[in-house]
Write a protein of this length. Structure first.
Length: 712
């Protein structure tokens, strides 16, 4: 690919104060003064076609010009949001509902029982522990890690005997982590500190040290520069990081490498992949000092994940010859795939698994909701577990010696509750239900099915307040994702609860590209079939119109990350479909996404503009940044992103906002809200999360013509 960059340092020196100009644009409710973003010629050539990327300069997250642009956009956005009459009322209601105690399921490590707890409005949840006498103690409090609550606790991993812990922290939402070691008994930190760790598990080898993964620190910006070669390291406790040995990935290049030690400490398993679908698996016998890595499978045509072992017998979850996945087993003496034996065979429903107490728990999705079967390691069915209702179940994991396991249950109107389960007796009891001022009985949540453009049957779950008049005028959020084999299953969210309390409808479409119906459903929404995802979402909106749930004047499209792409593509293809568009941390420049951080690993879903002329033309046809047209009235749009997002770099959102503000016809606002010291979303403080959700809902309702909130 030929690149011609017609931009020089002299230009920036001469125009450093002119990059952000102001131009008045009429808005629906007031006059908006948008930052006018300077266009700078920058040509990329793909298969003989020149693409002028006039906002390319916004990719430089280290430049003064980009920093000024961010500040100017936030001033405009905050000014607009500040004039919405019920913005503060929404925030107060959300804060009040958010303020209840949240406690996780407990887990045992060594001589202590651990659990996470948030008193209500703490910015970060605190990790507590109890000794055998039941005395409670704060173990790790991330609220003390930084003054502004932007440093979060990420991964916590205990040594095999529970006497040591390694934990990683994220600063300002970045995917780059710092790892700290602590003596659990004395509560004293070890001198060992690991930095520049990314996309990594922390897996202990006894008490000796941990396996972890990272990339070499890239040249240029650590928040946007490309990272390609992932390596697995071993850190021996008491040594310095620069002496850490590369275990895997220095010779062959992989984008994603993860190392995990088995529960019995006998095997190291390594998963190596170049994209988000398909991996190669390697296993090493740690009992043998001369043991080497054994390659289990060749190529990236299917997924292979170790779930457990019993002696030398290894159990895998795989979609090899099983698009909906199955559990297989083999002996390490003969690990070839043609020797794998089915333990839990494939069914018509998608399978995920967990293990604990010496059992395998098969968690199936049936039309995007859970049912769970308990098996022994011989593949014999023990029990179908009676669940509290129709929704999403997670958990049933623990050590082999655990007598009690825990699982959580939730759906769109049921706050997450924790249940205990005794596998040996198949007894389930409520362990903890949150005390929240939300009455689930006041709401309806139901699943419907609709036909997409090509006739494909797609499920959607619609939730709303009982007694709501389905007159086509109800404020409605249509949410979707549609990618990376990720299933969107029912779960309770406080922001969604506020939306429902304010007489809004929540519709979640389980569109193609996700994992709700297995690998085939995923593949039907990838590469040259990506348009199916957008067609499914458009058809969901049209179903809502047909059934009088809402109409285009009262519809908001919402999605984040790959879902941000979904919203961006649909709003540019069908600008008449919705009144409001809410793309969050979106992948919006489909010609250049793979040039940032680990974006090249997403090529299984998207393809790249460089792989073929056909793929380039297909991406260009739907890439949101490249399909904004002047003279079109687009929905009222609030783009949200974080300035430290190194997963989907904010340049995607910056460029899209600039294009929309330049092209928009009519009086609907096109704004971007950029969180400072914030990343892709994980670890965001409670205060920041509440403010963001209040702003999104205020913007949405205001642009639907709502002047005041209902009383309830």
């Amino acid at each position: 690919m030929k690149k011609i960059a017609l931009i020089t340092s002299l230009f920036f020196m001469a125009n450093s104060n002119a990059q952000v100009r102001l131009v008045e644009v009429s808005a629906k409710s007031s006059q908006i003064v948008y930052p006018k973003t300077t266009q700078v010629k920058h040509i990329d050539t793909y298969f003989g076609t020149e693409i002028d990327d006039v906002y390319h300069w916004l990719e430089d997250d280290k430049s003064k010009e980009t920093e000024e642009w961010v500040k100017a956009q936030n001033v405009v956005t905050n000014d607009y949001l500040g004039k919405i009459p019920f913005r503060n009322e929404l925030k107060e209601k959300m804060t009040k509902l958010w303020n209840y105690e949240k406690i996780s399921a407990p887990f045992v490590e060594g001589n202590y029982t651990y659990y996470y707890k948030n008193n209500g409005l703490q910015n970060q949840s605190v990790l507590y522990r109890q000794d055998k006498k039941g005395v409670e103690q704060v173990f790790l409090d991330p609220n003390t890690f930084s003054k502004d609550g932007t440093t979060s606790l990420d991964n916590v991993s205990f040594s095999k005997d529970g006497s040591l812990v390694a934990y990683s922290i994220s600063e300002s939402g970045s995917d780059w982590r710092k790892v700290i070691f602590l003596d659990v008994i004395t509560m004293k930190k070890k001198t060992d500190i690991l930095i520049d760790v990314k996309f990594s598990g922390l897996s202990w080898k006894g008490n000796e040290g941990i396996y972890y993964s990272s990339y070499d620190k890239p040249k240029g910006s650590e928040l946007s520069a490309k990272t390609e070669q992932h390596k697995l390291y071993f850190h021996k406790l008491g040594t310095i990081q620069k002496t850490d040995k590369v275990i895997f990935g220095d010779k062959e290049k992989y984008r994603y490498v993860t190392g995990t030690v088995s529960e019995d400490n006998n095997y190291l398993t390594i998963s190596a992949a170049n994209s988000t679908s398909g991996n190669e698996l390697f296993i090493q016998d740690l009992k043998n000092p001369k043991g080497t890595l054994v390659k289990i499978n060749e190529g990236f045509d299917y997924d292979v994940d170790v779930i457990d072992n019993v002696g030398s017998k290894i159990f895998l979850l795989t979609n090899y010859d099983a698009p909906n996945k199955k559990v297989v087993a083999f002996d390490m003496s003969n690990p070839s795939p043609n020797k794998w034996e089915d333990v839990i065979s494939e069914t018509q429903n998608v399978l995920s698994v967990s293990t604990g107490s010496g059992y395998i728990f098969a968690n199936y999705l049936r039309d995007a909701v859970s049912y769970v079967l308990q098996y022994n390691y011989d593949g014999k069915l023990v029990s179908q577990i009676e669940l509290p209702g129709v929704g999403t179940v997670s958990g049933f994991s623990g050590k082999k010696e655990d007598k009690i396991l825990y699982y959580s249950f939730t759906n769109y109107i049921t706050p997450g509750s924790i249940y205990s389960y005794i596998p040996g007796r198949q007894i389930s009891d409520l362990y903890r239900r949150p005390k929240i001022e939300f009455n689930s009985d006041d709401y309806i949540t139901k699943q419907v099915f609709y036909n997409s453009k090509d006739g494909t049957r797609v499920p959607m779950i619609i939730t709303y307040k009982k007694g709501l008049d389905l007159n086509g005028k109800n404020p409605t959020i249509l949410y979707g994702y549609g990618g990376f084999n990720i299933s969107i299953t029912p779960s309770f969210g406080i922001a969604n609860a506020i939306w429902l309390q304010n007489n809004g409808i929540l519709a979640v479409a389980n569109i193609r590209g996700g994992g709700e119906y297995g690998k085939k459903w995923h593949d039907m929404g990838t590469k040259m079939e990506k348009q199916n995802v957008f067609d499914d979402f458009i058809a969901a909106a049209e179903y809502l119109f047909k059934e009088k749930y809402t109409s285009s004047d009262y519809l908001a499209l919402k999605g984040g990350s790959n879902g941000g792409l979904l919203v961006g593509a649909v709003m540019t293809q069908r600008p008449d479909l919705a009144r409001v568009a809410l793309p969050a941390v979106g992948v919006l420049d489909m010609l250049r996404y793979h040039t940032f951080t680990a974006g090249a690993g997403w090529a299984y879903d998207y393809g790249t503009a460089e792989e073929s002329k056909e793929m380039f033309q297909y991406l260009l046809k739907y890439s949101p940044v490249h399909n904004v047209k002047k003279g079109v009235q687009y929905p009222a749009t609030l783009i949200t992103t974080g300035d430290h997002d190194d997963r989907v770099v904010p340049a995607h959102s910056f460029k899209f906002a600039a294009q929309l503000q330049e092209a928009q016809k009519g009086d609907f606002p096109t704004l971007i809200r950029i969180d400072v010291k914030s990343g892709h979303g994980a670890g965001k403080s409670t205060a920041a999360t509440i403010q963001e959700n209040a702003d999104i809902q205020a913007f949405t309702l205001f642009n639907m013509g709502i002047q005041r909130l209902p009383r309830y």
